[in-house]
Write a protein that binds this ligand. Structure first.
Ligand code: PAF
Length: 291
């Protein structure tokens, strides 16, 4: 188990799956409880809020940092995904993390790897329509990380709403004895949801990106004014986002939060979710709206 000797800090940087498992076994044998925040690094306040939630529950707080290649399709941003390990370790340490599991490339998918997890239905909505292999990669890596970190709780951000639904379903279907918890989307002062990918935006795009969140707020206002027709609300959202130069809408949906199936009439709480591209940068957001 390698200490993060670079800064002589107490936090442990663990590179090996076996060492991570051994550490968790030791914690569990002595009755210790483990909370786990899986990440792809380049940490921001959204991740830190999940860590703080975990810290309050557990004896051992573990974070993983791994940019998972199987959730990126060819041509997506795997190679350019922002990385900042040294800064991430500092943030982890400041937020009470006991150990960071950061496997080297190739460890989780060695030569000959051929076992993937697929879900029948949830991935065939929202982000899964444009990213057909994405949730297979997410479910597979999260299942592997659960087996390596062996947590009692795993905590995910609600910005990735569909991811949370996929992971909850996977954990239930496979009888993982892990409680899946969520933390609310953390936003910049102007409402933009925090995301590692915000780093790709130029100044103009960063300013315009607020339209993603604003479209959700507008939708709730329409509901408050009596509109119940989801299609009408979606049409206005499309028009609003298109009024910002260079935006390309991947999807905007109003759907059932459990099944992710489209909803026609708004008669209770529903999920409004969208993905919008600013040139190559794809931002997602969502909000529960309704009466
Ligand atoms: O949300 C993320 O950062 C990733 O999808 C996750 C859950 C760490 C799996 O790679």
């Amino acid at each position: 188990m390698a200490k993060n000797l670079l800064r002589g800090a107490a936090i442990e940087l663990i590179k090996s799956a076996e060492m991570m498992q051994a550490r968790s076994d030791k914690t569990r044998i002595t009755g210790g409880k483990i909370a786990f925040v899986p990440t792809m690094g380049f940490l921001h306040e959204g991740h830190l809020s999940l860590m703080r939630k975990g810290r309050n529950l557990c004896d051992e707080l573990i974070v993983s940092i791994f940019v998972n290649p199987t959730q990126f399709a060819p041509g997506e941003d795997l190679d350019s995904y922002p990385r900042s390990l040294e800064r991430d370790l500092e943030l982890c340490e400041k937020n009470g993390v006991n150990a960071v599991y950061e496997p080297p490339d190739g460890q989780l998918y060695p030569d000959g790897f051929q076992t993937y997890l697929t879900l029948d239905d949830l991935p065939h909505h929202l982000c899964g329509l444009q990213r057909p292999i994405h949730f297979r990669g997410v479910a597979t890596v999260v299942a592997k990380l659960f087996n390596i970190v062996k947590p009692h709780w795993a905590i995910f951000g609600e910005k990735d709403f569909q991811q949370v639904q996929v992971i909850k379903r996977m954990a239930k279907d496979l009888n993982y004895d892990i409680e899946i918890l969520t933390g609310p989307t953390v936003r910049e002062a102007d409402g933009l949801a925090m995301s590692s990918r915000n780093a790709y935006l130029n100044d103009r795009q960063r300013k315009d990106a607020v339209c993603v969140h604003k479209s959700l707020l507008n939708a709730q206002e329409q509901v408050n004014s009596g509109e119940r027709d989801a299609q009408k609300i979606l049409e206005q959202a499309v028009e609003f986002i298109k009024s910002f130069d260079g935006t390309d809408i991947d999807y905007i949906k109003i759907c059932n939060p459990e099944t992710l199936e489209d909803v026609e009439a708004i008669e209770g709480p529903v999920l409004m979710a969208l993905a919008v591209k600013f040139d190559k940068t794809r931002l997602i957001d969502n909000m529960t709206i309704g009466v």
